[in-house]
Ligand binder design. Structure first.
Ligand SMILES: Cc1cc2nc3c(=O)[nH]c(=O)nc-3n(C[C@H](O)[C@H](O)[C@H](O)COP(=O)(O)OP(=O)(O)OC[C@H]3O[C@@H](n4cnc5c(N)ncnc54)[C@H](O)[C@@H]3O)c2cc1C
Length: 336
């Protein structure tokens, strides 16, 4: 069995909740292994909005997403958690070793990790971007098609077409004003946007100045280029007229489709289709020794915010430790 020894707690997912769980477990002297399917830590924050500001995490009036998760990692990994990146959790079984009942988590890399308890902090599960209905669209990835804006510098001086009607599309239409070639073209298939009114008002103001071109109800129909993207054909769906626009970067911000994947097959009681049901008092799932926290954990009235996930991480870690040690739940203050 590949996997390197038994730890107290396996944490599944290295988003802000998983990193907080690693902190609370490490602080209580529990050994931790984190398994993360992406090649990076930071969860949704690092993957989808690293350069946006977050305003509602206590203690940080305004902080860049990437900076926030970097600080979560500094705090969460300080006790030496074993971090396994690029491995997707596939199966969960119960095994017995030297008379001890353990959880055995196997990954797509053929590793099996043993632990006394587990905290699932898998967010929305393995997520992938919702894609444009353009034939062979995937072939443009790495050649001008982007599903997230990771670094603004990638778009410096480029003619950008942004597709979407939500906050991300509006945020980046505004956020790339100081980086991209202007005007930035914003394409949405409906006339009404779902984004914040203030963002839309600002985009309309920039449109009047010639820095933004808003096309609604329009859809991207074709992508053109030789090697790298050079243009896209955009159709006005009200009139059927199509026009070709120069485009070196097509940024489609249509949201993500996510699914719990293999986790949904572990006989865990679910809350709806997307969340694992937990008892909010303990963060325990329906499987003994398995806890869940953050976006993946559900109960009536659940609010999916970073702050809530961090609070649940503290509850889950302290309850997991109490279970492993046969103690009462007794958090310890961190002040020294
Ligand atoms: C655009 C946007 C803006 C947001 N703004 C805010 C905000 O301002 N304030 C706020 O509080 N919240 C905000 N949120 C929500 C916030 O990002 C989430 O609540 C938070 O990321 C949840 O953290 P998490 O650790 O529970 O899950 P995630 O961040 O989703 O992390 C889960 C991790 O688990 C991994 N994983 C999943 N399945 C597996 C598997 N099978 N094997 C291995 N690894 C797996 C994933 O790859 C991922 O890295 C925003 C979200 C979005 C999309």
């Amino acid at each position: 069995m590949n996997g390197d020894g038994v730890v107290d707690i396996t944490i599944l997912g290295a988003g802000p909740t998983g990193l907080a769980a690693a902190y609370y477990a490490g602080h209580r002297d529990a050994s931790v292994r984190i398994v993360e399917s992406l090649e990076q830590i930071g969860g949704q924050v690092a993957a989808t909005y690293p350069e946006k500001h977050v305003y509602d995490v206590a203690g940080f009036p305004k902080i860049l997403g990437q900076r926030l998760v970097d600080m979560c990692a500094e705090q969460g990994l300080q006790y030496g958690a074993d971090v396994r990146l690029g491995e997707e959790a596939k199966t969960l079984e119960r095994v017995s070793e030297d008379g001890e009942e353990l959880l055995a988590l196997s990954t797509n890399e053929a590793n099996t990790y043993l632990s006394r308890a587990m905290i699932i902090t898998a967010g929305h599960g393995a997520f992938e971007p919702r894609k444009l209905a353009v034939e062979r669209i995937d072939e443009w990835q790495g050649r001008g098609l982007h599903y997230v804006v990771k670094e603004k510098a990638q778009f410096a001086g480029k003619r950008c077409v942004i597709v979407g009607g939500g906050d991300s599309a509006l945020d980046w239409t505004l956020g790339l004003q100081d980086t991209a070639d202007l005007p930035i073209t914003l394409v949405h298939r409906r006339d009404r946007f779902r984004a914040l009114e203030t963002s839309l008002n600002e985009a309309r103001r920039l449109e009047a100045e010639g820095a933004v071109r808003i096309l609604t109800p329009h859809e991207v129909r074709e992508v053109h280029g030789d090697g790298h993207m050079e243009a896209v054909t955009i159709e006005n769906t009200a009139t059927g007229e199509a026009e070709r626009y120069g485009c070196e970067a097509l940024i489609t911000l249509l949201g993500f489709v996510s699914h719990l994947g293999s986790i949904a097959e572990w006989d865990l009681e679910l809350e709806g289709k997307r969340q694992i049901k937990i008892d909010p008092m303990t963060c325990a799932t329906s499987l003994p020794g398995v806890y869940a926290a953050g976006d993946v954990a559900g109960y009536p009235g659940k609010i999916t915010l970073i702050t809530i996930g961090m609070g649940e991480a503290a509850i889950a870690a302290n309850n997991a430790i109490a279970l492993i040690r046969g103690e009462k739940v007794q958090p310890k203050y961190s002040t020294d």
